[in-house]
Design a protein around this ligand. Structure first.
Ligand SMILES: Nc1ncnc2c1ncn2[C@@H]1O[C@H](COP(=O)(O)OP(=O)(O)OP(=O)(O)O)[C@@H](O)[C@H]1O
Ligand SMILES: O=C(O)C1=C[C@@H](O)[C@@H](O)[C@H](O)C1
Ligand SMILES: [Mg+2]
Length: 183
């Protein structure tokens, strides 16, 4: 296991972007947000990429950008992934081979509340199913959970902790970096 790169995974709204920035500040390194890299590379917002070619097109951009970011250490040591980046096996392989992965969890109700309150949801989080927002979260979380779990070296429950506390927990674990653990 190498801590060369620190990946953050988890469902939409679990705080990957927010906590990733705080971890990188604590470690005095840069934070790369994969969703942002994709938008820059495509010259489109995530919603526009979905509108142009659906989720498949977005996933192709995501795999390409992840491979680039993973291969180029100068872009930053902390990498906040998108919520679905662990869906493709090739992406999970890249993550495992190049760094450690921290899985941020939250309950469906907390996720739904955070997404509804976040002004950027409209641009960055197009619907992934025809289900209602909370049903979509429940359904996709259940489907993705085994993939998040198999990718994770550390699991952090975010429901009742501030982003600052989660970043401190992550840095504390990184100082000691052992096998898979939960806090
Ligand atoms: N631990 C937390 N406690 C309270 N609010 C939080 C916490 N973590 C994140 N938030 C809030 O939830 C919203 C979503 O956070 P953020 O964008 O970091 O999630 P994300 O996991 O990166 O989502 P996405 O996968 O869509 O990129 C933001 O408004 C953020 O301030
Ligand atoms: O959970 C997902 O599938 C996604 C999460 C976001 O971070 C973006 O990567 C995009 O909206 C897809
Ligand atoms: Mg994010």
């Amino acid at each position: 296991m190498t801590t060369d790169r620190i990946y953050l995974t988890g469902y939409r709204g679990t705080g990957k972007t927010t906590v990733g920035k705080l971890i990188s500040a604590e470690l005095a390194t840069e934070c790369v947000d994969l969703d942002h890299v994709i938008e820059q590379a495509a010259g489109k917002t995530i919603r526009e990429i979905f509108a142009a070619g659906g989720e498949d097109l977005f996933r192709d951009w995501e795999s390409r950008c992840l491979a680039q970011v993973a291969a180029d250490r100068s872009q930053g040591r902390v990498i906040s992934l998108g919520g679905g980046a662990i869906l493709r096996e090739q992406n999970r392989d890249v993550i495992r081979q190049t760094g450690v992965c921290i899985w941020l969890t939250a309950s469906p109700d907390v996720i739904a509340r955070r997404l509804a309150d976040d002004q950027t949801t409209g641009q960055r989080r197009p619907a992934l199913t025809e289900l209602s927002p909370v049903e979509e979260i429940r359904e996709l979380l259940a489907r993705r959970e085994p993939l998040y779990r198999q990718s994770a070296d550390l699991i952090l429950a975010s429901d009742a902790k501030s982003p600052q506390q989660l970043a401190r927990d992550a840095v504390h674990w990184l100082d000691q970096h052992g096998g898979q653990s939960s806090m």
